[in-house]
Design a protein around this ligand. Structure first.
Ligand code: HEM
Ligand code: SF4
Length: 581
């Protein structure tokens, strides 16, 4: 994976020193909170309901075992022993003290990590396909390009104060696994008829208040011109994006207002000044960066393993795990393995320090010392020998990371919601828990098959609810938690925004709402049809009709006792749930 050069080391060290002094001045009262706020946000430090939250960047979701161990150490030293992996392939620590933040950043710098540009109106961490470099359907490995874009966008002098935050996602495979269509700029690395590598560029996608699927602005930008072309897009946005209204500030609004043709015309007009200029990527530069992503020392192995096949026949849990958590690898005899962070009772995406250490250990033992963080809030070991799958399964299971539910109902994407987030309208983690408990039967989940259930605690859509096959959005009604439900959203090659089925529901009604949606699916599905396919075929009508046909038990007014009994059910084994009732 990419190793820092002297420039990376220097700018990271300078940033830590600068922030240390800023925190010192804040603690001494020299800086007031309104002066300090922008400075802390530039260093990924938010203020949530209970404490500061530190968001650490994981460039394109790829980390080493040493870096994962550092996360465990940060969780133990400065937090409450756990961290939260996010849909942007980052990690967040939820219980920070201000005075500890500079020290934590200094610790992170020792393993080439930082929190730069994880907040603020700049180009944020660039996300990527979690199976980059190993996926069987890969056309071009996107990681060297992601790294070149990381270097280009880090502290870019022109793009430090954009109208709003700016997100890139990049994929190089036939199937988009990076949700590129719902990013400000989505990139597919492709090959043209001549076999030359270039970028298909989507622009103006995004979730939040106005969810929009990105539009193709160019079907092939030769890789040499990627930076200059993208720079022109961001420059046009920087110049014309709205700064007077935060809700209309994203590039998606500008693209919509101008129309893609006019936007493209302006981008190409700007590009004429820079195309072939100093930011053109040279062969030497691409080779330099690509050399950091060397192919691991794969052995020549046969495809398949007899011990794995034997256990698969005898042990259903193992067979389930193979079916859901193992993904095809381009090298014979290897597999990519997803470690599930979606055990029922645990907040989706949360990992304890012990789990992080264990994941690092597994990476060292089984996967060339590397891990990836997925935008579905799980971890990946990308290069596992198939003959090691039994040992890996046992070790991951012992650490609660082998739940065989990847892509199933309980593999929920979920934002922190009002358990932590100051912007939330409703709780999301607690709802994810209530739903997971209702459907905590792995046979049932396997029968339902591929489905994506995404939950956000407010319209900002951090939990990607718009693109969930079932999307749940927290809304506030007179101080109570209510939820609006949409179906038919999807990510990937046929990305689309879900459609709301009707008026919202109380917290206690939600597991039954999901159950009814599933009942309609089970009743209507054709063989081998996924939930999303059935929705597309029969439309929203039958789902809507059935969900609202009879009243759902669980009164709109949830009183304290009802909440308390929910909590009593199976308490989370982590002592961090806010008691807001
Ligand atoms: C302190 C906690 C957080 C705050 C204050 C926060 C704030 C926001 C805001 C204001 C937006 C809307 C941006 C816009 O539409 O202009 C947003 C969007 C988003 N956030 Fe968060 N967020 C937080 C935590 C998270 C977490 C934990 C995740 C991942 C699980 C996340 C991932 C995202 C994503 C994917 C979007 C998508 C919208 C888009 O860019 O199109 N955020 N967040
Ligand atoms: S969707 Fe809303 S509630 Fe959830 S993390 Fe984002 S801002 Fe907070």
């Amino acid at each position: 994976m990419y190793r820092y050069d002297q420039f990376d080391h220097q700018i990271t060290a300078e940033r830590v020193a600068q922030f240390r002094d800023q925190v010192r001045r804040r603690l001494s009262g020299e800086l007031k909170e309104d002066e300090f706020r922008i400075l802390r946000l530039q260093n990924g430090l938010y203020m949530q309901i209970h404490a500061y939250m530190l968001r650490v960047a994981v460039p394109y979701g790829l980390i080493s075992a040493a870096q994962m161990r550092m996360f465990a150490s940060i969780a133990r030293k400065y937090d409450r022993g756990y961290g939260h992996f996010t849909t942007r392939q980052n990690i967040q620590f939820n219980w920070f003290k201000l005075q500890d933040a500079p020290e934590a950043l200094a610790d992170l710098a020792t393993v080439e990590m930082h929190a730069n540009q994880t907040s603020g109106n700049c180009i944020r961490n660039i996300t990527c396909d979690e199976f980059a470099g190993v996926a069987r359907d890969e056309i071009v490995d996107p990681r060297p390009y992601a790294e070149i874009l990381r270097q280009w966008s880090t502290f870019h002098p022109e793009f430090g104060y954009l109208p709003r935050k700016f997100k890139f996602a990049i994929s190089g495979a036939e199937h988009d696994r990076a949700a590129i269509a719902v990013h400000d700029i989505g990139l597919s690395v492709v090959k043209n008829a001549q076999g030359e590598v270039g970028f298909r560029v989507l622009v103006g996608g995004g979730l939040g208040r106005t969810p929009i699927v990105g539009t193709e602005i160019c079907d092939f930008v030769p890789w040499q011109h990627a930076i200059t072309y993208l720079e022109s897009i961001v420059r046009v946005y920087n110049e014309h994006g709205r700064r007077d209204n935060i809700y209309k500030a994203r590039i998606k609004i500008l693209v919509k207002a101008l129309g893609i043709e006019e936007f493209k015309r302006q981008v190409e007009a700007d590009w004429q000044f820079t195309k072939n200029g100093p930011c053109t990527i040279t062969e030497a530069e691409l080779n330099r960066v690509s050399a950091c992503f060397t192919v691991p020392a794969y052995e020549q192995l046969p495809e398949g393993d007899s011990a794995v096949e034997a256990l698969q026949r005898d042990n259903k849990a193992f067979a389930n795990w193979l079916q859901r958590n193992i993904k095809p690898h381009k090298v014979p005899g290897y597999a990519a393995v997803v470690l599930s962070l979606k055990k029922t009772g645990i907040a989706p995406g949360d990992a304890t320090a012990e789990q992080m250490d264990a994941a690092a250990e597994l990476a060292d033992r089984f996967s060339f010392g590397e891990l990836r963080i997925t935008h579905m809030q799980n971890l990946v070991l990308a290069d596992v020998r198939q003959s090691d799958l039994v040992a890996l399964w046992k070790a991951a299971d012992a650490m609660g990371m082998a739940t065989p539910n990847i892509g199933l109902l309980n593999d929920v994407i979920c934002c922190p919601g009002s358990d932590f987030c100051t912007l939330a309208n409703a709780r999301s983690i607690s709802l994810a828990k209530a739903i997971a408990e209702r459907f905590d039967n792995i046979d049932f989940q396997h029968d339902i098959g591929d489905i994506e259930l995404n939950i956000s605690g407010c319209i900002n859509a951090c939990g990607h609810h718009h693109i969930g096959h079932i999307g749940i959005l927290g809304v506030d009604k007179d101080g109570e938690d209510w939820y609006q439900v949409s179906i038919g959203g999807s990510q990937g090659n046929s990305a689309g925004v879900g459609k709301v089925i009707g008026s919202s529901f109380a917290f206690s009604q939600m597991p039954e709402v999901v159950a009814r949606l599933l009942e309609v699916y089970v009743r209507e599905r054709h063989a081998d049809e996924r939930f999303i396919d059935t929705v597309r075929r029969i439309g929203h009508g039958p789902f809507k009709e059935y969900v609202y046909a009879t009243p759902i038990a669980g009164d709109a007014k949830l009183d304290g006792a009802e909440y308390a009994s929910l909590e009593k059910g199976t308490p989370y084994d982590m002592p961090y749930y806010s008691r807001r009732f």
